[in-house]
Design a protein around this ligand. Structure first.
Ligand SMILES: C[S@@+](CC[C@H](N)C(=O)[O-])C[C@H]1O[C@@H](n2cnc3c(N)ncnc32)[C@H](O)[C@@H]1O
Length: 778
């Protein structure tokens, strides 16, 4: 360990199956002064990756995790060494271990415990073992669960530790057999586990363990009675304490005559206060919340200063500077005999077989599945009276009729279909021509303000009507935000959508406000049945492609859209999520969810988690330029930033694409300059256009001011003046030029602008070299 660079505060992740090796690894890490972080080989890969990432693990002791460059994998089998390293002295402030527990927001949280607290736990273990010498102690707890560290301390106190194999641990009869065979004197189990062991005969016969520690969840009145009756041959201790209080905070020896389950009195190094909502102590017999103080308090939560400050508060009753109290969320009342009676939780945290479970974590995971609309998690007894964790889910309506979700393209289309059908059913009482129900901002999860949506619709329709189009085909028409605005200008409008409620809602709307030119079809985006080749002046696919399952599906839809477009027609693919701006998007999303003052490292980690969970399709602009190159009918491509003054998810991270079909007029002579070199700000640009400027001016690489904040966050500041494209459109209004904007292909942070005095078509053509469309001979 020392040779691997383990020193104080260096986390060492240990991911081994239960075995003597895991205990050796634990001892080695602690003795070398490192921070022990247990992981379970059976954890889902996501959870393991999250924890390794959060602690920035460089050293992992494992045989199970896949190799990863940058991490050292140690073989925990002993290697003989003639030259033992000097063992460092440990400081009480040093972190001893980090235990991960369930977190209510869907991600686990790590609790860091210092040696100061761990050594107090050791004193407590020695007190419980007082008078017992060289006993056999069973190690029965999961390695990732903090009582396992208490069991390890029996070894440190000079006793023999029997690491109970996993299959024996889970089988009450096998465990009782082992207790007898190995003459186990002490074991530590949860009350529910103990109930099963007693049923399997733990307390029968003449070889019963002398000490049984129970903890991790509340003891029922029935078990309490049994233990009290059997407390002659066996000493039972009921232990209470959260991980944040270093395993045990209070203890009750059941040989003391108390008839109802109690969690006993504080350990000598612990202060317990039972306080009301105003942090005032409650009188004996009155329920309040348990606050813990003293030497057992953990340092706090890994990388969560906000949560640490919220749960570890300044102790208003202590005159010692820096004294803290940990707010447990457990309810209790003092009894006149000085013991505490546990009364449950103040929140909905569940303790089940010793596991601390935040139902919110499970609910958050379940509702990520597109077919799950809502989820609730609780504990209920099964037919045998055993407690079980139960999840209740409300399925999205479509999911109820479909077979179990399969894999691949179809399953994903079905999943999204279920999501949209539910959204559209919920949107059924929306405003007829401006139904924005269900439009939520994915950065924050909040509904997008109506004025932002109105701008979004206005600017989109403005772009669609930029050139006349009489015959329009819209794929994924939704609730008709665009349809109602286009109808007055067109002779034929065909809308399709795979959401039946959306199509029915629109049909109903058309009955109330008839428009003879409108046709609607309930169908998937790939279905172009009845659409003739070259029959649409404009094909619109707006804010839809992100729900396509993959690139093949997108290819199929766009190839058909190109066939459907008439000569001189356009295909408008709008509101496309930009893959090239994914880092900025996830960083902004993480920031929107971060506690104030959280570290940049933590934000980056949350950003990765958001990225991991995102099931939508993000597309980089190059996809469309490549499509143009392979598609003989496409002669020009425009990649456009969204218009709009409001800064939101759409104006920041999405773009529109216009694919032009049919011949374009010849490109004008274009003067090409580079932003930051020949032209460096709006004033210089305006001057250049004012005084007898060129026919057309193409300015490459103008930095995008909408992303300035994101780039600072990602520590990638842009070195030239940045402008909002809206300012350039505004500038165009004060000159004789029209302006056209397109992404600069090589750099997603920048745009290329083209100023020309001619038609928009000409502009599209003059931008084309920038985005590499196909050049047709002649
Ligand atoms: C965000 S809404 C956009 C609606 C409309 N285009 C607009 O701009 O207001 C996405 C629409 O696409 C539809 N959609 C998503 N995936 C689809 C698919 N594979 N086939 C057909 N429609 C789809 C949804 O039902 C939903 O109505």
């Amino acid at each position: 360990m020392c040779r691997c660079g383990v020193v104080a505060e260096v986390p060492v992740a240990v991911c081994l199956p239960r075995s003597a090796d895991s205990i050796v690894a634990l001892l080695a890490v602690m003795r070398a002064g490192g921070v022990y972080v247990p992981l379970a080989p059976e954890w889902p890969a996501d959870r393991t990756a999250y924890v390794l990432d959060e602690i920035a693990a460089r050293i992992v002791i494992t045989r199970d995790l896949p190799a990863d460059p940058g991490r050292v994998h140690l073989d925990p089998r002993p290697t003989p060494s003639d030259d033992p390293e000097p063992v460092p002295r440990l400081h009480p402030d040093q972190a001893a271990y980090i235990i991960y527990t369930s977190g209510s927001t869907g991600t686990p949280k790590g609790i860091t415990v210092q040696h100061r607290s761990f050594s107090q736990l050791f004193r407590h273990v020695r007190q419980m073992a007082d008078g017992i010498s060289r006993s056999n102690v069973a190690h029965t707890t999961e390695m990732t669960f903090d009582p396992s560290l208490e069991q390890f301390l029996w070894l440190v106190a000079g006793h023999t530790l029997h690491v109970v194999p996993e299959d024996v641990r889970r089988d009450p009869e096998a465990l009782v057999g082992l207790v007898r065979r190995a003459a186990i004197d002490a074991l530590n189990v949860t009350p529910s586990h103990l109930g099963m062991l007693i049923e399997a005969g733990l307390l029968e016969g003449d070889r019963v363990p002398g000490t049984v520690l129970v903890g991790g969840e509340a003891v029922s009145a029935a078990l309490w009675r049994t233990l009290r009756e059997r407390a002659t041959d066996t000493r039972f201790f009921n232990l209470y304490g959260p991980t944040e209080g270093t395993v045990d905070a209070t203890c009750h020896d059941l040989s003391a005559p108390v008839d109802v389950p109690v969690i006993g009195a504080p350990l000598p190094h612990v202060r317990v206060r039972v306080l009301d909502a105003h942090l005032q102590p409650v009188p004996v017999g009155v329920a309040g919340e348990i606050y813990l103080g003293g030497l057992g308090l953990a340092r706090g939560y890994v990388n969560r200063p906000g949560l640490t400050a919220q749960r570890f508060i300044a102790d208003p009753y202590s005159s010692t500077p820096g004294s803290r109290l940990y707010r447990t969320g457990d309810r209790a009342r003092w009894r006149p005999d000085g013991t505490l009676e546990y009364l449950g939780r103040t929140d909905d945290q569940i303790k089940l077989r010793g596991f601390r479970i935040e139902p919110g974590e499970i609910e958050a995971t379940l509702t990520q599945h597109p077919t799950v609309k809502e989820a609730a998690v609780t504990v209920a007894a099964d037919n045998n009276g055993a407690a079980r964790l139960i999840a209740l889910v409300a399925l999205a309506p479509r999911a109820m009729h479909s077979s179990s979700p399969g894999s691949g393209q179809n399953a994903q289309v079905e999943d999204w279909n279920a999501v949209f059908e539910t959204t559209h059913i919920d949107a059924a009482d929306g405003e007829l021509t401006f139904n924005i129900k269900g439009w939520n901002d994915s950065l924050t999860g909040a509904p997008i303000p109506a004025e932002h949506m109105r701008e979004w619709v206005d600017t989109t329709v403005g772009r669609l009507l930029d050139r006349p189009a009489k015959r329009v085909l819209e794929i994924g028409c939704g609730t008709g935000l665009l349809m109602w605005r286009l109808l007055p200008y067109v002779t034929e409008y065909t809308g399709t959508d795979f959401s039946r409620p959306a199509v029915e809602w629109l049909r109903d709307g058309l009955r109330r406000r008839p428009a003879h030119q409108a046709r609607l079809h309930h169908r998937e985006a790939t279905d172009f049945t009845g659409v003739d080749a070259a029959s649409a002046d404009l094909v619109v696919i707006n804010s839809v492609v992100q729900y396509f399952p993959d690139r093949d599906y997108l290819d199929a839809v766009l190839d058909r859209a190109v066939d459907a477009a008439a000569d001189q027609g356009r295909i408008f693919v709008g509101d496309v999520r930009n893959l090239a701006l994914a880092p900025q998007f996830y960083a902004r999303q993480a920031l929107a969810h971060a506690d104030p003052g959280v570290s940049a490292q933590n934000v980056a980690r949350t950003a990765r988690a958001f990225e991991h969970r995102d099931s939508e399709l993000l597309i980089s602009p190059e996809y469309f330029t490549a499509l143009a190159a392979r598609s003989p009918r496409v002669t020009g491509v425009e990649i456009l930033p969204r218009r709009g003054q409001h800064r939101n998810e759409m104006s920041l991270y999405r773009y529109d694409v216009v694919l032009h079909v049919g011949d374009l007029p010849a490109a004008p002579e274009v003067e090409v300059v580079t932003w930051g070199e020949q032209v460096y700000d709006l004033g210089a640009l305006s001057a250049r256009l004012d005084h007898g400027g060129p026919d057309a001016l193409l300015v490459r690489g103008v930095a995008n001011d909408r992303l300035t904040r994101d780039n600072e966050l990602l520590e990638a500041p842009v070195r030239t003046v940045a402008v909002d494209p809206e300012d350039l459109w505004a500038l165009a209004d004060s000159t004789p030029y029209r302006v056209c904007v397109s992404w600069a292909a090589a750099d997603p942070m920048r745009w290329t602008f083209c100023w020309s005095g001619r038609t928009p078509t000409t502009t599209a053509r003059c931008l084309s070299p920038t985005v590499h469309p196909r050049h047709r001979p002649g």
